[in-house]
Design a protein around this ligand. Structure first.
Ligand SMILES: CC(C)(COP(=O)(O)OP(=O)(O)OC[C@H]1O[C@@H](n2cnc3c(N)ncnc32)[C@H](O)[C@@H]1OP(=O)(O)O)[C@@H](O)C(=O)NCCC(=O)NCCS
Length: 377
């Protein structure tokens, strides 16, 4: 390898432009995140997740009749195959819900008869998986606890239906608005680790099931999607804001990471966090349970003062989910359900102008040496 190539090596590919996209861009200077040119925060206030899924996958916002068709498709396609229900029944209650999602995608792919998908078929599979995954996840979640899977009892959006599937209670319009906003804000984020994994798999001309499975595997880790669960576990350890202050200072002295803070790209702040913080505050007031909001604010203040680190999208999202009554192990799976839209858009974009993604490595091992037979080692 030439010297110029090794000189370009950057650990963790930080700031490396690894490809081009027209799906999404991040501007860390003004904390902006654009989906196909539209501000993600504006979309989270004004659109529903179905519209954003269409925007990301088709490249434009849907017209009324297109939205109606997609809404209907998500409802029609939600039924999961019977063989999958059998598989889900065998996955223990103690399993990670992320493993349940990964297995579901992989299993649905395995029982498909067709193995060579055109771009159009790949798109239809994407929509079908977006429809099915909440039901696969919640079927396992409730059946593994020997409880019935809740019925959807009123006309709700995609995100609202998910919330009712989790809690068994009809969400009110504010709760539906909040969970919908969270689904939109998590839907896409440029070349993050899981999206990059999905694109790498798609670039080998493998299929969408394999690419999505790669994405779920990468998203599971605590440095990526898993941070929202860890952030809530952390908040729950504290009994008051002053207890949180002392605990966080201790952790920082021990050089421990505070989950839900810091970001590879946003160094000044993450615009998504401001939206989720506002909703967390409103929910805390509405539910009359301000304790964890106050604890969260104190943690934010201390981490900012001591490390200069702002919260990322995961920190206040975690609190929002907690206040919506969602069990903690489902926080990262929500990220999957939402990011399905972004991953699908990236897989399709990769296929539309494919070149195998195959970088080089900066070799740091020994120089070439002679083989040593086993009795002389
Ligand atoms: C997201 C993350 C992996 C980005 O990592 P990165 O770009 O590699 O940043 P670095 O780990 O190099 O961090 C730079 C400095 O900030 C510190 N830092 C970063 N995130 C921190 C955190 N959450 N808590 C405490 N310190 C943190 C690092 O220890 C490092 O300090 P040092 O210079 O004294 O060694 C990292 O911020 C992190 O682990 N955050 C917690 C997990 C999380 O919330 N992930 C969700 C991301 S959306």
């Amino acid at each position: 390898m030439s010297t110029t190539l090794t000189e370009q090596f950057t650990k963790g590919l930080e700031d490396v432009i690894a490809g081009s996209t027209s799906i999404c861009t991040i501007n860390p200077e003004n904390e902006s995140l654009l989906y196909r040119g539209y501000s993600a925060t504006a979309l989270s206030e004004n659109a529903n997740f179905e519209e954003v899924a269409h925007l990301l996958i088709e490249g434009r916002l849907p017209k009324k009749r297109e939205l109606k068709r997609l809404t209907k498709l998500f409802i029609q396609e939600r039924k999961i195959p019977k063989p999958l229900v059998k598989v889900l029944k065998q996955i223990p209650q103690a399993a990670s819900p992320m493993d349940v999602l990964r297995t579901s995608v992989s299993f649905i792919g395995a029982i498909e008869e067709n193995k060579q998908y055109s771009v159009e078929e790949t798109k239809q599979i994407a929509y079908s998986l977006i429809a099915k995954l909440p039901f696969a996840l919640m079927t396992w979640f409730h059946l593994s606890k020997n409880q019935p899977v809740p019925k959807i009892t009123k006309t709700l959006s995609y995100a609202g239906r998910f919330l009712q599937l989790v809690t068994g209670v009809e969400p009110d319009s504010f709760e539906e608005k909040v969970i919908n906003a969270s689904f939109i804000l998590y839907a896409e984020h440029e070349f993050n680790a899981s999206t990059f994994c999905a694109r790498v798999t798609a670039s080998t001309m493998s299929d969408i099931y394999s690419a999505i499975t790669s994405g779920i595997g990468a998203l599971k880790g605590p440095l990526h999607g898993g941070a929202n669960e860890a952030a809530m576990e952390l908040m729950l350890k504290f009994s008051s804001p002053s207890d949180a202050e002392a605990g966080i200072l201790d952790m920082l002295n021990r050089k421990e990471k505070i989950m839900g803070f810091g970001h590879r790209v946003y160094k000044k702040g993450d615009g998504r966090s401001n939206v989720m913080k506002k909703y967390a505050q409103e929910l805390a007031v509405k539910k009359g349970t301000p304790k964890y909001y106050e604890i969260a604010e104190r943690i934010e203040k201390i981490v900012k003062e001591k490390k200069g680190l702002p919260p990322n999208a995961d920190f206040y999202s975690a609190l929002v989910y907690y206040l919506l009554g969602i069990p903690i192990p489902l926080y990262t799976p929500i990220f999957v359900l939402s990011r399905m839209a972004g991953w699908s858009a990236h897989i399709l974009e990769q296929l539309s102008d494919n070149r195998l993604i195959r970088p080089r490595a900066f070799y740091q091992g020994p120089p070439q040496r002679e083989f040593v037979p086993i009795d002389r080692r």
